[in-house]
Design a protein around this ligand. Structure first.
Ligand code: S3P
Length: 178
């Protein structure tokens, strides 16, 4: 059911991991990070996987991980920024979780990811790569149940807003069902 999990989607550097940690603590739910699970499952870092097996292999493992995760309950799921690209992944998320898209403006994203060496898609020219990928992925996060801009917000306040929005969503769904 949708009320079983909260799923955070969004471009790299939009704050998914940080907000997921805070949400998991508040709700006392399990924190799950699909990037971490991919690495554990494969025994390699994401960078190594991209280098040795390529992006499409990574996307396949990511999708398998996501399907397994979405079968469980009471979790805050932080997803990788490209996990929304496959339609079946969007379905797993929407069917089994309240999906929150986090956004941020380009400058904020660049500031947050500039020194990161663990994201293969951004190596060798962060500004240019962020700009290009953001343009390519302009609408891919629109499928989410709600969307929130994290550029200038206080993360603790955002956590509260997400929890409130979820409760509101459950109430609205109950009204429609009855
Ligand atoms: C990716 C985002 C990364 C990670 C991989 C690919 C993407 O996750 O899954 O490097 O395609 O946007 P974060 O969004 O957690 O950085």
């Amino acid at each position: 059911m949708k009320s079983d999990n909260i799923v955070l989607v969004g471009f790299m550097g939009t704050g998914k991991s940080t907000i997921a940690k805070l949400l998991a603590k508040q709700l006392a739910w399990t924190l799950v990070d699909t990037d971490d699970l991919v690495e554990q499952k494969q025994g390699r870092t994401i960078s190594e996987l991209f280098q040795t097996r390529g992006e499409s292999y990574f996307r396949k493992v990511e999708s398998d991980v996501l399907r397994e995760v979405m079968a469980e309950k009471r979790q805050i799921v932080a997803t990788g920024g490209g996990s929304v690209l496959l339609p079946e992944n969007r379905r797993y998320m929407l069917d089994n979780g309240f999906v929150v898209a986090l956004t941020a403006d380009e400058d904020t994203i660049i500031r947050r990811v500039r020194h990161d060496k663990s994201r293969p898609l951004l190596q060798g020219g962060v500004e240019e790569k962020v700009g290009k990928l953001l343009a390519e992925r302009k609408h891919v996060y629109n499928f989410a149940d709600i969307s929130m801009d994290t550029s200038f917000s206080n993360f603790d306040e955002m956590v509260q807003q997400i929890m409130d929005a979820r409760v509101q969503w459950i109430q609205d769904a109950n009204v429609h069902d009855s």
